[in-house]
Ligand binder design. Structure first.
Ligand SMILES: *Cc1c(COP(=O)(O)O)cnc(C)c1O
Length: 429
């Protein structure tokens, strides 16, 4: 395989943009080597500027549940563009997408569109604080809710504690109201409520953790969050930016049968265009401007192209699709397990439907602390060996792999045979 043109492009890009990229993980720092420049994508396949092609397991970090450039979605974007790219006024596309989302997540009563998942979580928390008149929030270590100042926080020590910002440029004061608990450790949440119960506006949680590898909620965890927030007059916010329309037609709230008060959406609802949304209980959503006093706005929010792409994508999400995603997910999971056993390496595959990850470590992974014990060097070698065989996994050991409707028998077979060779090679290196 030749990567000449990609290398040339990244060298130019590095002079123009920090690291040559517009989002850090794309730079491949976690796995080594240079990023690959893609020139086109269709179905499950990416094609790079040097003419190499790959079966893609990043799927634009989650949005592309139908695969790359699905004919119908591309056609609706083209048709929408012919009628204008942005009006700065209300338009019918917003109603159509709202109705479709609310039909699929019927517990939700109202929605507001924004432009990214980051905006969705920031805005949902503003609303939660306004509605409760409280300032503190609880987030979980290893959960990602976008690059909002006070959410870019993890506990350093693995003990529930006040968070410290992960990035310079965020004053300590910004995160003084952010309490951090360990994902899947309800006892952390209980002690935070014992100490701060009266001042906690909301818990925000990824119902399936998807940003530190995939970690499903343990039995009773989400129920526990629902109960404790209700007892203390706090709100429960599900960040379903990944899981919404991914883990089931109605997202994680449907899969685990728990109704949060508010939900954050993004990724899939934009069908590959930039969108986010937040929504939930009517009495809460009615507090947003112009109906209520909680201000939140966006020049391009409800963009007609993005609404059209999202609508067409959601319309394609039939129950059969989830059955087939589950089926191919299971074949891959079992295949990976078998190869891992044959190679005699300690590893675990965590999977919820079409999102999964492989941890190279002795013990099963139930929380972010154990996820961090994965052998990242081995993953980096595996990543490069897979790339050489035409498979494009996430360029970090701690990101989720995603399947799309276009990952079927032949893609799965090709992936498993490449995985077997790549893992052996990675173990020898
Ligand atoms: C990707 C992601 C976000 C941020 O969305 P952006 O559109 O990248 O701002 C928020 N929450 C979760 C769970 C995500 O995976």
């Amino acid at each position: 395989m030749q990567f000449e043109k990609s290398v040339e492009l990244i060298e130019t890009a590095r002079k123009l943009m920090p690291g040559g990229v517009n989002s850090p993980v794309r730079a491949f720092q976690a796995v080594g080597g240079d990023p690959i420049y893609i020139s086109s994508a269709k179905g499950a396949k990416l094609t790079d500027v040097d003419g190499n092609s790959y079966i893609d397991y990043v799927c634009s970090w989650g949005p592309l549940i139908l695969g790359h450039s699905p004919t119908k979605v591309v056609a609706t974007i083209q048709q929408a563009a012919m009628k204008g790219t942005s009006y700065g006024t209300p338009h019918e596309g917003e109603i159509l997408l709202s109705k479709t989302i609310i039909n699929m997540m019927p517990w939700m009563q109202m929605i507001r569109f924004v432009n990214s998942g980051t905006e969705a979580s920031m805005s949902a928390l503003r609303l939660a604080r306004a509605a409760t008149g409280r300032t503190k929030i609880i987030k979980f270590e290893g959960n990602y809710h976008g690059h909002v100042d006070y959410l870019l926080v993890q506990a350093g020590s693995g003990v529930a504690t006040f968070g410290l910002p992960d990035s310079p440029g965020i004053p300590k004061e910004m995160s003084q109201h952010t309490l951090v608990a360990r994902f899947n450790h309800l006892s952390d949440v209980e002690s935070l409520f014992t100490e701060h119960g009266e001042t906690i506006a909301a818990i925000i949680v990824e119902p399936v953790a998807g940003n530190i590898g995939v970690i499903p909620p343990t039995e009773g965890f989400l129920d526990g969050l629902r109960d404790i927030t209700q007892q203390h007059g706090s709100l429960l916010i599900f960040d379903e930016v990944i899981t919404g329309f991914r883990v089931s037609q109605g997202g994680a709230s449907e899969l685990y049968k728990i109704q949060p008060d508010l939900v954050c959406l993004g990724k899939i609802i934009g069908g590959g265009l930039p969108v986010g949304a937040y929504g939930g209980r009517r009495d809460l959503m009615e507090q947003i401007a112009p109906l209520g006093p909680v201000y939140q706005a966006g020049t391009l929010s409800g963009n007609p192209l993005a609404m059209a792409a999202g609508l067409t994508t959601l319309e394609e999400l039939a129950p059969d699709l989830y059955l087939s995603l589950e089926q191919f997910g299971e074949v891959l999971e079992e295949g990976f397990r078998q190869i891992i056993n044959e190679c005699g390496v300690a590893a675990h595959v965590n999977r919820v439907g079409s999102m999964f990850s492989i941890f190279f470590t002795e013990n099963p992974i139930e929380d972010p602390q154990s996820a961090l014990t994965t052998d990242r060097k081995l993953y980096g070698r595996l990543f490069r060996a897979l790339i050489r065989r035409g498979i494009y996994p996430p360029p970090s050991a701690l990101e989720s792999w995603f399947l799309s409707a276009c990952h079927r028998e032949s893609e799965v077979e090709q992936t498993l045979s490449a995985f077997s060779l790549a893992l052996q090679e990675a173990l020898l290196e």
